[in-house]
Design a protein around this ligand. Structure first.
Ligand SMILES: [Zn+2]
Ligand SMILES: [Zn+2]
Length: 134
């Protein structure tokens, strides 16, 4: 895909991602529901060096995930859009929710995780691998 740009809701924080995501999937866990306010999250994972914040200021919030890993969310200090996440269980990787990219149409989620927590009305693509918990 080459390069892709993204921005938060207010436009202060802009960033660029380069190259293909190392992994991409849909997550139905409760953390993702709380983080996004949505029914599930499509997450793209990139190596740190693939992600460049170009402008704006982020604030961070840390919490302990179900897995016991420490997670950090970096969000726009002004509008609160989640820009990327860091997980101590995945060193060197940033997770980006697809909605902050300007064009997420290239993505092709490979798996669904925490499908046991998927809301009943959410269709799960049959070609995706289902993982009930991870
Ligand atoms: Zn913003
Ligand atoms: Zn999740």
């Amino acid at each position: 895909m080459g390069e892709n740009t993204g921005k938060c809701l207010c436009g202060d924080v802009t960033f660029q991602v380069t190259g293909e995501p190392v992994m991409q999937g849909n997550c139905h866990c409760n953390d993702c529901k709380k983080n996004t306010g949505a029914a599930f999250a499509t997450i793209l994972f990139f190596k740190d060096e693939q992600v460049n914040v170009l402008s704006g200021e982020t604030s961070s919030f840390q919490y302990i995930a179900d897995s016991g890993n420490k997670k950090t969310k970096e969000f726009c200090s002004k509008c609160g859009s989640l820009v990327y996440g860091i997980n101590t269980g995945r060193p060197g990787i940033k997770s980006i929710y697809i909605g902050v990219l300007d064009d997420g149409s290239f993505a092709s989620p490979q798996f669904n995780v925490y499908t046991t927590r998927a809301l009943p009305f959410v269709p799960i693509d049959a070609v995706c691998i289902r993982i009930s918990s991870a």
